[in-house]
Every structure is written in C-alpha cells, then in structure tokens.
Design a protein around this ligand. Structure first.
Ligand code: FAD
Length: 279
C-alpha cells in the first residue's frame, strides 16, 4: 500500500487505482499520461512482463471514455537486454495502441540511449502516423540536430529540460544554458513542426514563452506536467483553453520515483516532512 505521503506523486499500485486517478483528473479537463513504474531490466522476462502489462493497459484504456494515453521507458521494455528486445516490445505496444486508439509516448533516458530510441521512434512514427510521440532533452548538445531530423517525422515531440546527470562533453551543465537551449529548441519546433508539440515543463517562463510562440506561429501545442507538481497551474491552463496532460506514474515500484521527486526540490521535501511530522 502506498503511504499517503507518496500518493501525491503516484496514482496507486494497480491499473484500477490509476484509472480512478484518471477519472478524477479528467473531471477538471486535465488529461492523463499513465506510466507503469519500472526501469533498467537487464533480462528479457521482466521487460516482456511490463510490455504485456502495457498492452493490457492500452486495451483497457481503449474500452473506456477516459482521456488517457501511456508513456513507456526504453529500459523498462528491454533496452538493457538488447536493442532488438526494445524494438520488438516498443512495436508490440504501439501496435496495441493503434488497435485500441490509444496514443503511445516514449520517454528519453540517458544520452547513451538516444540513437537507438530515436531510430525506433522514427520507424514506428512513420508506420503508425499520429499514434506515437517521443521525448527529447534540451540539455543534450545534440538535440538541435535531432530536432532537424525529427521535423518531418509524423509524430509528436515532448521537449523537456532533461533529468539525467550527463557528462559535460555531451550536455549543458549550467541551468541558464539549458534554459537558453530550451527556448531555442521550442522556437525551432513552433516554426517547423506539424506533428505536434508538447511542452514538458513546470516552468512558468517556458509555458509563457510557448503561448507567445503559439501566437506568433499559430502552431498548436500541449502542456505536460507531472502528477503532484503545480496541479493548480494545470487546471488554470485548462481554464484558459490550453490542452494539458498530466504524467501520472503508478505501480508497485513507486519508492524510488517518490524519493527522486522529494530530493529534486526543497518544497517537495518540506511537503514530505510535514506529512511525516504532521505540521
Ligand atoms: P525546473 O528547471 O526544474 O524548474 C523551473 C521552474 O518551474 C521553477 O523555478 C518553478 O517555478 C517551477 N517548478 C518546477 N518544479 C516545481 C515544483 N515541484 N513545484 C512548484 N514549482 C515548480 N526528463 C527526461 O530526461 N526524460 C523524459 O522522458 C522526461 N519526461 C518528462 C515528462 C513530463 C511530463 C515532465 C513534466 C518532465 C519530464 N522529464 C523527463 C523531466 C524533465 O527533464 C525535468 O527534469 C523536470 O521537468 C524539471 O524541469 P522543469 O522544466 O519542470 O523546470
């Protein structure tokens, strides 16, 4: 059972609790991206197990009227067990998404995985047009070139700042440099992308910049934020007419995800402390 202190960030341990969260969140117009927690399986059995769980999840989402889709991690569906395992499992999930009308996002992990993830995405995005999306990271120096490649691929792209502690040879380490790159890449996307843009950030400055770019270029976009982070802003953006998706993880492996959320931000740590000591 997930303690109340973690349930701010995690939508329960089971698909049923995740669906309950989607239903409640949809009531305020916020749509939900479900992610089954799990990563870095180096054996095929675990990767296949989570792939099967995603295929079932997609089928179940498709049989409801919920505004929900999914996001998968490459290392959860087999990348550490071999590129082929990842490619086959990613394909199986996207095929299921296509069968049941459910959109499939792919998260981006550390820089050593970028090439194989991009290649797998491009192949599937061309085959299942409009059914697949990929995350790219503004902190990686290569991302400008990747976006140029992705501009004519028919898939959605989620731009995030980047969550991994990458070597300085491949990534900007200063926050100001990452923010500068985020703005530059966002403008490139609004000017050149037709497949769909997702602004994956809680940063009010980046969201405001996206609304300015939307006015300038007329390109549509959606905002994506994490469950438990700036949920008031998520609802306000919906009220202002923007499309907002909340990324909501669920599943038994919730502890390390919760611990990361608490470590990355003072406010989250204080929230956790208050929940523990009851102040
Ligand atoms: P930050 O630079 O962390 O913060 C900027 C400002 O945002 C802050 O000054 C504050 O005003 C506001 N803010 C941020 N956090 C909070 C908070 N907890 N409470 C209140 N205000 C806050 N990374 C990957 O590497 N790969 C992925 O696949 C991936 N997928 C993601 C999917 C989604 C939907 C989201 C939202 C993020 C994802 N990330 C991913 C994580 C991302 O790379 C960043 O690490 C994370 O979003 C923090 O950056 P930020 O843009 O929110 O802003």
């Amino acid at each position: 059972m997930i303690p109340p202190i973690a349930s701010r960030f995690v939508a329960g341990e089971t698909p049923a609790s995740a669906f309950e969260h989607v239903r409640e969140t949809n009531e305020s117009g916020v749509k939900v991206i479900l992610n089954l927690l799990g990563e870095h399986y180096d054996n095929r059995a675990e990767a296949d197990g989570d792939t099967a769980a995603y295929v079932d999840l997609v089928r179940d989402i498709g049989s409801t009227d919920l505004d929900a889709c999914i996001s998968v991690k490459p290392s959860q569906i087999g990348l550490d067990a071999g590129d082929r395992v990842f490619e086959e499992n990613f394909r199986a999930i996207v095929e299921a998404g296509d069968r049941h009308g459910v959109f499939v996002w792919c998260d981006m992990e550390d820089y050593t995985t970028t090439d194989v993830t991009l290649d797998a995405f491009e192949e599937l995005a061309r085959e299942f047009e409009g059914g697949v999306g990929l995350c790219v990271q503004a902190n990686l120096k290569r991302t400008k070139a990747d976006l140029e490649r992705l501009a004519d691929v028919p898939g959605k792209i989620r731009l995030v700042k980047g969550a991994y502690d990458e070597p300085k040879e491949v990534a900007y380490k200063q926050k100001s440099k990452v923010n500068e790159a985020y703005r530059e890449y966002l403008e490139f996307m609004f000017a050149n992308f037709e497949g769909g843009i997702a602004v994956g950030s809680h940063d009010p400055k980046m969201i405001e910049y996206a609304t300015d770019l939307h006015e300038e270029y007329g390109t549509d976009f959606e905002v994506q934020m994490l469950m438990g982070v700036r949920e008031d802003a998520q609802r306000e953006l919906v009220e202002q007419g923007y499309e907002v998706w909340q990324y909501a993880p669920y599943g038994g492996k919730w502890f390390s995800y919760f611990y990361r959320r608490v470590r990355e931000r003072k406010e989250n740590a204080l929230f956790a402390l208050r929940a523990v000591v009851g102040v």
